[in-house]
Ligand binder design. Structure first.
Ligand code: SAM
Length: 227
């Protein structure tokens, strides 16, 4: 197993039932507005803008945003992919009304994803609050985008939000907490910046939007570049 694989597993391991039961409150009601300086409504707006009725969510956590978003149709296809079965089961129960497809895989591993034998590609894929948890620098993390591209329909959109170093550096408390989370390997974002995110997306997609709100880079990307 490579160091990246080991670090990916370490980043996902913390999501046990106790944490997931308290995740909405601590992450979305406390940390998101007070530490990362973005509102839950702004995050919900990102979802509302880009979600389709044929959607894959990657790195699902507690599934708050999936649960609260309004899908364009009443009977969407929703698939969940996560390395941690606690996150998968927690979110699957929460959105059981959509009868989600579940895939347990490391989103950084092409082999893992192939083994999931996902039957059809998606019109939208969200990787929300995932990139700052992934090990390595942005070019290593971009393997995630390469893997997701394989699962995205030609007119599909990839979107999400991630906490970046240039955002965090604007606020003392955010910088302190971010560095504690990095030392605990909960986050791995010392080398993530808005510009490197823009760069890795722009080399893969024709239409890219990256916007820094507080400490969080919100992104969306569509129209794959043909090499
Ligand atoms: C911070 S939570 C994000 C939750 C949710 N998307 C949100 O916006 O609140 C990160 C999730 O990503 C999962 N995860 C971390 N590393 C992963 C990897 N390499 N592959 C797949 N899932 C991963 C964790 O298990 C966890 O469920």
């Amino acid at each position: 197993m490579s160091t990246i694989d080991k670090d990916a597993i370490a980043g996902a391991r913390i999501y046990n039932k106790l944490l997931l039961n308290n995740y909405d409150f601590w992450v979305h009601r406390i940390n998101t507005p007070l530490l990362w300086h973005i509102s839950l409504d702004e995050m919900k707006y990102l979802y509302t803008t880009h979600i389709s009725s044929n959607h894959l969510d990657v790195g699902v956590g507690s599934g708050l945003l999936l649960d609260s978003v309004e899908f364009p149709s009443s009977n969407p296809r929703v698939a969940l992919l996560d390395l941690n079965s606690n996150s998968l089961n927690f979110t699957a129960n929460r959105i059981a009304r959509y009868q989600p497809e579940l895939y347990r895989a490391n989103a950084l591993s092409r082999r893992d994803i192939k083994q999931c034998s996902i039957p059809r590609n998606f019109d939208s894929i969200a990787c929300n609050y995932l990139i700052h948890c992934l090990p390595g620098h942005m070019h290593q993390k971009a393997v995630l985008f390469d893997n997701m591209i394989q699962l995205l329909n030609p007119n599909g959109v990839l979107f999400g939000a991630t906490i970046v170093k240039d955002g965090v550096d604007q606020y003392v408390l955010s910088r302190v907490v971010n560095s504690i989370f990095n030392s605990l390997k909960i986050f791995s974002n010392y080398q993530d910046t808005t510009n490197t995110l823009l760069e890795v997306l722009s080399t893969r997609f024709q239409k890219v939007h990256v916007e820094l709100l507080g400490c969080v880079a919100l992104y969306s990307a569509s129209k794959l570049k043909t090499i």
